[in-house]
Design a protein around this ligand. Sequence first.
Ligand code: UDP
Length: 250
Amino acid sequence: MTADDSPAYKRVLLKISGESFCHNGESGISMPEVTSIAEQIRDVMTSGVELAIVCGGGNILRGKDFAEVSDTIIPSTAHYMGMLATVINALALQDALETAGVPTRVQSAIRMEGVAEPFIRRRCIRHLEKGRVVILAAGTGSPFVTTDTAAALRAREIDASVVLKATKVDGIYSEDPVRNPHAIRYTEISYREVLDQNLQVMDAQAFHHCMEHRLPIVVFNYKRVGNIGRVISGDTIGTRVSANGSSDAQ
Ligand code: UDP
């Protein structure tokens, strides 16, 4: 994307899962992986798009999974640990972006003055208007939900026009493409069709929030270099879920 390309969306909320912060099948943080995402984002920012990012934490800890394997940990504690994991990722992404020359702010839903600003809606929007990438950490600040829900809620709050869900697959398929190589990928699909076909897009709470407020979701493969820019410039990649998707397939 070049400075002459105007973005298809003025303000976007990009959801990056924790698994994007590490090598396939591993856990923890791999800075080369984070840097490659940061470089894609750097290339996008010349378009003038306003970009807020919600980080997941699953590369470090998911509350539900952790609580299930321990008799000692209290479930809400495990979820708070998961939220703190998202802050670790946010700080890694912040340094990778700043190293790439992109101004950033981290805002956390759990107050931690030493490392991040608190999430304040109006301040977040002001940063976006000034061209800073705002990395939203600690999810919603409340246990028992996931960062998908945080992404949907924050997108509404900051008036983003789309939720971009960065994944390692090319979009939403009729079936699991690993199990069935003949599965078809949708380019456009409606919220209703996703529900009727029981397709997996985001966690259910997040999906219903987007549907209720007609907030489009684009599921796309961020591993193909340049795809973050392509999706923001409006190229037809991945799968776009909206109120009037037409269930066309590839
Ligand atoms: N979490 C939470 N409240 C939130 C967001 C996240 O309790 O608002 C916890 C939850 O335990 C979750 C973990 O943080 O499993 C990490 O987030 P998530 O699983 O969404 O990360 P991802 O799968 O996107 O890497």
